[in-house]
Design a protein around this ligand. Structure first.
Ligand SMILES: [Zn+2]
Length: 230
């Protein structure tokens, strides 16, 4: 009974040396690169709007693998700030290896950089340049310093003067966090741990609003990198 796994391990060691990708399904699908011309053509005028003051050199393209709820492996793409690129790559690698389900990881540009459409599709993403409504303040997504995971099941929830705002607005049934449902991020789960142990803050722990999909670097770090960030 014990011989089979030993044989498999030995085969992996031999073949893994000869063909590095043989026993390292994770290795070949994970990489970081600079924003080349082809990638820039995909984001220009969309997530990288014409008034975007963030230099392209500050951004990185990430290719990752992820598994959906059925355990099927998919390739994913995202763009984030160079400051968090290796952390985000390692987080996605750990989620993949653990089989933590992430349904979709596509560039938000495939949704014309429209957050609402991307979130309704349960898409996970990072960089999307924009000013916060009615201000000249850039959001952390605009700096590529915030990551949203499994967005439909982990909505943004805010109550202003008794009026409830949910983003995406199709996520009403996922605002009750005492319920059980797939793709839900909870305090203490693997996704939460991987981000917070690398210094990210979780929007699910905010007081006035709840942003269950959202992990971001602190204001302090953002200001250190971009002194104009307020
Ligand atoms: Zn977010």
């Amino acid at each position: 009974m014990m011989k089979f796994p030993v044989i498999v391990i030995v085969a992996c060691l031999i073949l893994g040396t000869v063909i590095p990708s043989f026993c390292a399904e994770d290795e070949s699908g994970f990489w970081v690169s600079e924003i080349d011309e082809a990638t820039f053509a995909r984001i220009k005028g969309k997530s990288y709007k014409d008034d975007c003051p963030i230099p392209l050199e500050d951004l990185r393209y990430l290719h990752v693998l992820h598994k959906d709820l059925q355990g099927i492996t998919h390739g994913g793409e995202l763009i984030c700030n160079v400051y968090i690129a290796s952390d985000v790559l390692e987080i996605f690698r750990a989620l993949f290896l653990a089989g933590y389900p992430v349904e979709r990881v596509r560039l938000v540009d495939e949704y014309d950089a429209d957050d609402e459409t991307s979130m309704r599709d349960n898409n996970s993403s990072c960089f999307n340049f924009r000013f916060i409504s009615h201000t000249t303040r850039i959001s952390k997504h605009g700096l590529g310093l915030a990551v949203d995971i499994n967005t439909l099941y982990n909505p943004y929830v805010k109550t202003v003067k008794g009026k409830l705002t949910i983003e995406p607005d199709t996520a009403g049934e996922y605002t009750d966090r005492s319920k059980k449902f797939p793709y839900k991020i909870e305090k203490g789960d693997l996704c939460y741990k991987l981000f917070t142990e690398r210094g990210f803050e979780w929007g699910g722990e905010w007081k006035s609003v709840k942003d269950y999909q959202h992990f971001e670097v602190s204001d302090e770090v953002a200001r250190k990198l971009y002194p104009d960030y307020r």
